[in-house]
Design a protein around this ligand. Sequence first.
Ligand code: 0X9
Ligand code: ZN
Length: 303
Amino acid sequence: SFNVFEYHSYGAMQEHLEMLAKMHPDLLKLAALGSSYQGRRMKLAKISLNPNANNPIIFIDAGIHAREWVAPAMAMYLIHRLVSDPEARHELNGVDWYILPVVNPDGYEFTRTSRTNRLWRKTRSKNALLDCFGVDGNRNYGFKWAVSGVSKNPCDKETYAGPKPFSEPETQMVRNVMITYGKRMKLYVSLHSYGQYLVYPWGYTGDFLPKEWQKLDSLAKMVSDAVERAGGKPFRVMSAGKWYPAAGGSDDFAFGAIGVPYSYTMELTDGYEFLFPERLLHTVLPQFYEGFKVFAAQIGNEF
Ligand code: 0X9
Ligand code: ZN
């Protein structure tokens, strides 16, 4: 059986989602989005008490960066808790949750195959001209694409933006979710690691902030406070671009191109870089969940 406080293969996560959907058919539905570059099927988990109510949507994704294992673990924990904890009815009241736990399954599986691949970040698509692999998914979104903080070199291991915006099937699928449900989408959170940052647009520049920055900032601080009250570390809250400017991120696309009013990148954990120990998942994941309760309360009340 599936222990939510362990790291799992992509296949095991998919199987567990199928099982949860069978156990809670009225609460959880899986929507096929398409296939990754290497052909892994991707499914969006839709959690709703009343799918016909046109509730505001909270969209969470994770694992666009292959090595950031704690992010998919958190997304799976969220799904598990939302469908199987009776108390989670509070978080489901008037809000629908759409969760994509692994945006980059090819990269994720690559980091699991050997110790030397453990720190891979990008997708696994092959460059047409060079013998190099992968695009940084979080530089590949089509808003202010490649204006800052990217590499144009396909062989760059970290921040290659891709040959064009949305060159990757994986970022196309997230874009399609945002376009399809954009009008109802009121909160987008992309889960990453590490550093315990909770950042909001703009990411492409640190020179200025969106005019709505105070709302973004104050909700992030409320989330951070809740995590701290639960015994976790507080988040460093700021605009992504003040931390370091990098264009083509999913947060800027959701906010700037789709118009999602609350958009964040959440960098989970601090102290172990990309190798957050499995034995500590049971402490931190429930702490982060307390932050998501605050997100849900805000979206439920405001929209
Ligand atoms: O650089 C990134 O993509 C994110 N940090 S990570 O260490 N997980 O790679 C931060 C992205 C923040 N958002 C934007 N710059 N748009
Ligand atoms: Zn990341």
